[in-house]
Write a protein that binds this ligand. Structure first.
Ligand code: FA5
Length: 345
């Protein structure tokens, strides 16, 4: 191979152009091999052929070749350093934490309005000495109807359209009154309990009727517990629940097979506070529960002597209370799972 000064010059120029275009350490390594590679390196070939030059040529061309070698080594090293710094800078930029940037809000859940209402109700009754108990949603006909003095062929069974289960004698409870029986079977009076829970009725749904809703059962049995006590307890409950001492309760005669006498419980409309509005149908009252004195036959069914013990029971419809309290105009919203609705409570 014959070399001359031009060749060295050419290598320097070409390498400088190529170096300017290089953007990665891998590409830089390729370039290093192109010039300094043991077998095929362009500059390696030049340096190798120096030994064939005359003494005169060695002085000029040899020096130029060595300068080119030094130049290239230096340029490669500088480029490598620049690439390392750029990489580092890039990494730092990516990993940088801006402590002043606004944070990402963590979505926080909260309790369903009905769950909030149940918790509040249980607190109020607990403060009045009531124990909170529960019963199953899939219930037997005996606990839901028979033991509650609802005769087999009595139309009262149709009052609450029942979802029957495939297992014989099993149903989805239509009322929390079934918990009264379960509790009284296993406890001796005196006692006071509340039992909140979900009930089911095979009804056409509309803005105020759902096929599933919540009730809160109350039961107080003692030696001389009367309907007046029921009125007082319910009045205190609603006054505390709605944080308003002016709330009153009134009883209207009614009929339930498991109570005698039986009453419908109305409470001062807590939308208009008695001023008469659309929610209370201009009556000033809201119908919120059924109640009465536990029927002697029901007590006998669970082995409690009705000559010695007596008491009241009530069943509050929780959904309608939640609706008036929170201004919800359609009961079905409560079970729709729509976040836009739920987020408001
Ligand atoms: C009963 O269920 C009786 N077990 C209540 C009772 C208990 C009376 C203890 C005496 C002694 P009633 O079917 O009226 O009664 O229902 C009670 C409350 O549940 C009603 O006042 C109403 O607020 C609510 N309710 C009834 N049906 C529905 C429905 N489809 N959707 C939403 N709430 C309902």
């Amino acid at each position: 191979m014959h070399i001359d000064l031009k060749q060295c010059e050419h290598i320097q120029k070409e390498a400088a152009l190529e170096l300017a275009r290089i953007a990665s350490r891998e590409a830089l390594e390729q370039l290093r091999l192109k010039y300094f590679g043991r077998k095929e390196g362009a500059l390696t070939a030049v340096l190798r052929s120096l030994k064939d030059l005359s003494e005169e040529e060695k002085k000029t061309i040899g020096r130029a070749a060595h300068e080119t070698k030094l130049y290239l080594e230096d340029a490669l090293a500088k480029k490598e350093q620049a690439l390392i710094e750029a990489e580092l800078h890039d990494q730092q930029r990516k990993e940088k934490i801006d402590v002043t940037a606004p944070g990402t809000r963590v979505l926080e859940g909260h309790l369903h309005p009905l769950t909030q209402l149940i918790a509040k109700a249980c607190d109020i009754f607990t403060a009045m000495g009531f124990a909170v108990v529960e019963g199953p949603e899939a219930e037997t006909e005996r606990y839901n109807f028979d033991a509650l003095n609802v005769p087999k062929d009595h139309p009262a069974r149709d009052m609450q359209d029942t979802f029957w289960l495939e297992a014989p004698g099993m149903l989805l409870r239509t009322q929390t009154s079934s918990v009264q029986i379960r509790y009284m079977e296993t406890h001796q009076p005196p006692f006071r309990i509340v039992a909140p829970g979900r009930v089911f009725r095979n009804e056409a749904t509309d803005a105020t009727h759902e096929a599933q809703f919540y009730q809160l059962e109350g039961l107080m049995v003692g030696k001389d517990v009367s309907l007046a006590n029921a009125k007082a307890v319910l009045e205190v409950f609603f006054q505390r629940l709605l944080a308003n001492k002016k709330i009153a309760v009134r009883f209207r005669p009614s009929y339930f097979p498991f109570t005698e006498p039986s009453v419908e419980v109305d409470v001062t409309c807590f939308k208009c506070f008695g001023k008469k509005c659309a929610v209370c149908k201009r009556t000033g009252w809201l119908e919120v529960a059924g109640a009465g004195m536990v029927h002697p036959t029901v007590l006998a069914n669970v082995g409690i002597d009705a000559r010695e013990w007596q008491g009241f029971a009530f069943g509050v419809g929780l959904d309608r209370i939640a609706m008036v309290r929170y201004g919800i105009d359609d009961i079905r919203l409560m079970y729709g799972g729509d976040m836009r609705f739920l987020k408001q409570f």
